[in-house]
Structure formats: structure tokens, C-alpha cells
Design a protein around this ligand. Structure first.
Ligand code: C2E
Ligand code: MG
Ligand code: MG
Ligand code: MG
Length: 287
């Protein structure tokens, strides 16, 4: 019986693996199709100035509503796009769409766009960025490109040259998910980041007594300040986290406490509201 169970378990495992690979191939095909016929859209999450609590910009986050499976997370389909050679087309669509939708916001309001390490290794990226800005009529200073430490691992790519080319266009550069990658820190000597985004794993739960996260956030903030860079605390969900983050000196906050990713129409209402406190309205008074 033990042997039969083992065989059964193995067969189950094998067919699950098979389904996984099959699933992936199907998703890849569906994504390829969505890129041609439409099916992707963007949501925008507010980025708020920690001291004034005013919205300074939004991060564009790509969404895919699968015709039969419903919404699929970008943490699932971005890696598929990267492996299937689709990230160039997907990233171009995101960049052009975000730049043109951002022109609906008041002048000065920024838009942040995530750039995959594969896009960053493509020498054509600067001309794509210039073309997206020109077509949309968006000034370069309103666009922030978010890259992760992954770009420093890409072999043979000219990261210094890419940084210089992008900075000369006038766009801003942010280092995303700081603290989760290899954090060799050496690249901070030369890489011209305007902002460090502190990963949500350090922000979430930072207000819990005994958590080391507050000490880590504090040291990232002083590192960034010494280097002349802004900081965004990502993923603040509670008012306790928000209060702590603000006391630690982060210059910006992004998280559910101020707003979830929402359609561009919904962002217009948030902006009319004047502050990031659309859903947290009244909290200040009640504190
Ligand atoms: P990210 O760039 O670090 O984006 C932040 C993620 O954290 C988003 O997840 C956002 O919805 C989520 N988030 C923000 N505040 C909170 C909070 O308070 N609590 C919680 N629990 N989550 C929060 P999302 O939209 O699922 O995106 C996941 C990742 O997918 C992004 O992480 C980014 O790495 C990637 N991604 C999204 N859009 C794009 C894109 O257009 N291009 C590329 N290359 N990657 C993208
Ligand atoms: Mg990001
Ligand atoms: Mg992040
Ligand atoms: Mg991330």
C-alpha cells in the first residue's frame, strides 16, 4: 500500500508539474495575444509627500484581466513576459500609456514607471523614452523610471552608459525594492538615483514593538540623505506605520494607508481632494 501511495503521490506531482508548464505556455500565448488585441491596462497608486501629505505623483502598475481567468498579478505575468521575450513590447506599451495618461494630471505631478532589467539592458531604451515623452507631450522631469538592483547583475550591459543617457534626457531614476536584492551598495557610489524606494518588507510591521524594521528604515533614510536622494517608504498600510515612517524622516510614502492602485479616472478625484487622504480622510483630526 505504501508503494502504491508513493506512486500515486508521484503521479499526482508529475501531472501538477505538467499542468504548470502547460499553464505557463497557455498564459504566454494569451499574453502575446493581449499585447496585440488589448487586455492590459494601468492602475496608478498615489505617492505622497510625508511632510505635507500632498500627492506628488503616481506609480503606474500594469494590470491584466485575463478573458477566462480574471485578473492575474503582475508578479506572475511579468516574469513570464521576461522569459518569453515579450517584456520589450509590454514595457513599451506601459511607458507610452503612462506618459500619455499622466498628461491629464496637473503640471508637475509625476508618473513612475517600472522598468525591467531586460529593458534596461537594451541600448534602444533612451530613444524609446524620448519618443514616449514627445508623443505624449510630457516633460521629462515628470517621468521617473523605477529599476531594481537586478540591473547591476545583467552581464555585459553598460549600466553607467545607460544611466548617463537617461539622466541626460532629464528623467528621474528611482531604485525600487531597496534592501531585498543583493545590496552590494558599491553601485551607490556612482549610480545617479534621485530616490530610493524602501521595500515594503521593512515598512510593514515596523511599528510593532521590538521590530528591527524601524532601525533599518532609519539607516536607509540617513544613507539616502547623505547621498542627496529622496526616500519613498513602500507599503505603509496602517496609521501606526505611517506615523512611524514620518517620524523616521522618509520624504515620501506610498501604501494602502493613502490609496490603493486605481484607474486614471479615480486618480482625478483623488487629486481634486487635494491630499493623499482620500480614504484616510479625517484621520488627522481624530488622532
Ligand atoms: P513594485 O514596483 O514594488 O510595486 C509595488 C507593489 O506593492 C504593487 O503590487 C502595489 O500594488 C503593492 N502595494 C503598494 N502599497 C501596498 C500596501 O500598502 N500593501 C500591500 N500589501 N501592497 C502594496 P503589484 O501591482 O501587484 O505589482 C507587483 C510588482 O510587479 C511591482 O512591484 C513590479 O515589480 C511589477 N510590476 C508592476 N507593473 C509593472 C510594469 O509595468 N513593468 C514591470 N517591469 N514591472 C511591473
Ligand atoms: Mg515599482
Ligand atoms: Mg517596490
Ligand atoms: Mg516589487
Amino acid at each position: 500500500a505504501a508503494k502504491a501511495d508513493g506512486r500515486g503521490a508521484f503521479r499526482f506531482y508529475a501531472s501538477a508539474m505538467h499542468a504548470d508548464a502547460e499553464d505557463r505556455r497557455q498564459l504566454e500565448q494569451d499574453l502575446r495575444h493581449a499585447l496585440v488585441v488589448g487586455g492590459l491596462y494601468l492602475e496608478y497608486q498615489p505617492v505622497v509627500c510625508a511632510s505635507t501629505e500632498r500627492i506628488t505623483g503616481f506609480e503606474a502598475l500594469v494590470r491584466w484581466h485575463h478573458p477566462s481567468r480574471g485578473p492575474i498579478s503582475p508578479s506572475i505575468f511579468i516574469p513570464i513576459a521576461e522569459e518569453a521575450g515579450l517584456i520589450g513590447a509590454l514595457g513599451e506599451w506601459v511607458l507610452r500609456t503612462a506618459c500619455s495618461e499622466a498628461t491629464r494630471w496637473p503640471d508637475g505631478t509625476r508618473v513612475a514607471v517600472n522598468v525591467s532589467p531586460i529593458q534596461f539592458a537594451n541600448p534602444a531604451l533612451p530613444s524609446l523614452v524620448m519618443s514616449a515623452l514627445a508623443n505624449a507631450g510630457l516633460s521629462a522631469s515628470r517621468l521617473e523610471l523605477e529599476i531594481t538592483e537586478g540591473v547591476f547583475l545583467a552581464d555585459g550591459s553598460n549600466t553607467d552608459g545607460m544611466f548617463a543617457a537617461l539622466k541626460s534626457i532629464g528623467v528621474r531614476l528611482a531604485l525600487d525594492d531597496f534592501g531585498t536584492g543583493y545590496s552590494a551598495l558599491g553601485y551607490l557610489k556612482t549610480a545617479p538615483f534621485d530616490k530610493i524606494k524602501i521595500d515594503q518588507s521593512f515598512v510593514r510591521g515596523a511599528a510593532i514593538k521590538g521590530s528591527r524594521n524601524a532601525a533599518i528604515v532609519k539607516s536607509i533614510v540617513s544613507l539616502a540623505e547623505a547621498l542627496g536622494m529622496e526616500t519613498t517608504a513602500e507599503g505603509a498600510e496602517t496609521l501606526d506605520e505611517l506615523a512611524l515612517i514620518r517620524s523616521l524622516g522618509c520624504s515620501h510614502v506610498q501604501g494602502y494607508v493613502y490609496g490603493r492602485p486605481a484607474s486614471v479616472e479615480e486618480t482625478m478625484a483623488l487629486l481634486d481632494n487635494g491630499t493623499g487622504r482620500a480614504q484616510a480622510a479625517g484621520h488627522k483630526a481624530s488622532r
